[in-house]
Ligand binder design. Structure first.
Ligand code: SAH
Length: 406
């Protein structure tokens, strides 16, 4: 049985003998690890040649000699000539240098693991049997997918300094969070959540993960922002990894900036993982492209809370796309503003409620009738409202219908 090691090769000399496809792949992996790479080969393929011309690797352009190995920490024999590779391996053994012999997978003394990286964890898979790289890669990919999907408990066992991570969880469905976001949820000791976003992820958390819901709902008062900040700082000070799970993107009407400030002031390390914002995802899911060549080249995203501000009015007047979040109550004010700014009453308006959830519903109309229609259909938050020609019902309908669902 062999010993599986992780070598930090940063700035250490690694000699790669050969300049073809196999060598190129090895060189890439070595450069990713920060190694100091010398390639020895009379000729190089295009990939290695490009790395040489970029100055990323040194090239000795002749047949290999024993002394080329001097000073190396690791040698990769990757020529297409098995005899040369064996000779290089023998020279390396004389010098007590580990050597990966690419053409002698079965008896090589060192094997390179198939690796994937997941935050500060790496997976390495090696086979000790007859070489079968595709099989090893498949196992690595299957295990890596579990980690990326947040299906493996990656919480720290040994405490280190606490930290806060603002994770944008996307508009609602659990598969619209980013891979990095899902992984951080799997690392969290505490999850501080809202009502919106991919809250379905919470059900899968192990019992020992503390879940604190600070979201407002019709029958409870929202937790004031300063109290949320205090919760984040308090838990991080206890050495915990705190994920602040937010709907959409943390920095789009998410008060993420305030939370970052609060953590920074308290000296707590804070990180942000972007998310898919409902401002763009809700229209996309309804088949509305916020920009479309020759139809709308600008999109303004605003909040309904303050009513139609000058920028929103300008967008409505100019025929740019206007996306309004938190805008259900303010819909009549926006329609009025649009007409005041000279927009055509036939300008399309679409309202997307609860996008990316089972309750998703799209209501359409025009400036002339959307207030009445929204009243009749009892549109309610959370909803994204889109004003502009791109919101016309037929805009992409025919093209999307022609595309089979994925
Ligand atoms: N940071 C979030 C927005 C928070 S403000 C983001 O980037 O998406 C809350 C508002 O976002 C809601 O009032 C609604 O306008 C919108 N919203 C969030 N999730 C939504 C969803 N699934 N469907 C429709 N609108 C949504």
């Amino acid at each position: 049985m062999s010993l599986l090691l992780s070598l930090d090769v940063a700035d250490r000399l690694v000699v790669v003998v050969g300049g073809g496809v196999v060598a190129a792949r090895r060189v890439r992996g070595l450069l990713d690890s920060g190694a100091d790479v010398t390639v020895v080969a009379p000729e190089c393929g295009t990939d290695v040649a490009a790395q040489v011309s970029h100055g990323d690797v040194r090239w000795i352009d002749r047949k290999v000699r024993a002394t080329d190995l001097d000073g190396a920490w690791l040698v990769i024999a990757a020529t297409d000539d098995a005899d040369i590779n064996m000779q290089v391996a023998a020279w390396a053994a004389d010098r007590r240098i580990w050597c990966v012999n690419s053409s002698d997978g079965f008896s090589t003394k060192a094997r390179v693991a198939a690796v994937s990286r997941h935050g500060d964890l790496s997976i390495g898979v090696v086979s000790e049997g007859a070489p079968d790289p595709a099989r090893v890669a498949r196992v690595r990919d299957s295990l890596g997918a579990l980690l990326d999907a947040g299906q493996v408990d990656m919480r720290r066992v040994r405490r280190r300094a606490g930290r806060v991570v603002l994770v944008g969880s996307g508009p609602g469905s659990v598969d619209l969070i980013t891979v990095r976001g899902a992984r951080l949820v799997a690392e969290a000791d505490v999850v501080v959540t809202d009502r919106l976003g991919a809250t379905g992820l919470l059900a899968a958390l192990p019992e020992h993960v503390e879940v604190i819901n600070v979201g407002k709902s019709p029958d409870n008062h929202p937790v004031p922002q300063h109290e949320i900040n205090e919760i984040l700082v308090d838990r991080a000070r206890r050495g915990l990894t705190v994920v602040r799970l937010k709907g959409g993107d943390p920095f789009v009407f998410g008060r993420g900036g305030e939370e970052v400030h609060a953590c920074a002031e308290a000296g707590i390390p804070v990180e942000v993982v972007p998310g898919v914002t409902s401002a763009l995802a809700a229209p996309a899911l309804a088949g509305i492209p916020p920009t479309h060549r020759q139809v709308s080249t600008s999109v303004v995203i605003t909040s309904g809370h303050a009513g139609p501000e000058p920028t929103a009015r300008a967008a409505l007047g100019e025929g740019a796309t206007l996306v309004v979040l938190m805008g259900v109550a303010a819909l009549p004010a926006f329609v009025e503003a649009a007409l005041e700014e000279g927009a055509d009453p036939s300008t399309p308006v679409a309202i997307i409620e609860s996008a990316a959830t089972v309750r998703e519903r799209v209501t359409r109309g025009s400036l002339a009738d959307i207030v009445r229609i929204a009243g009749e259909t009892a549109v309610k938050p959370p909803a994204v409202i889109v004003f502009g020609r791109v919101a016309a019902p037929a805009f992409l309908a025919s093209a999307l219908a022609a595309t089979p669902p994925s």
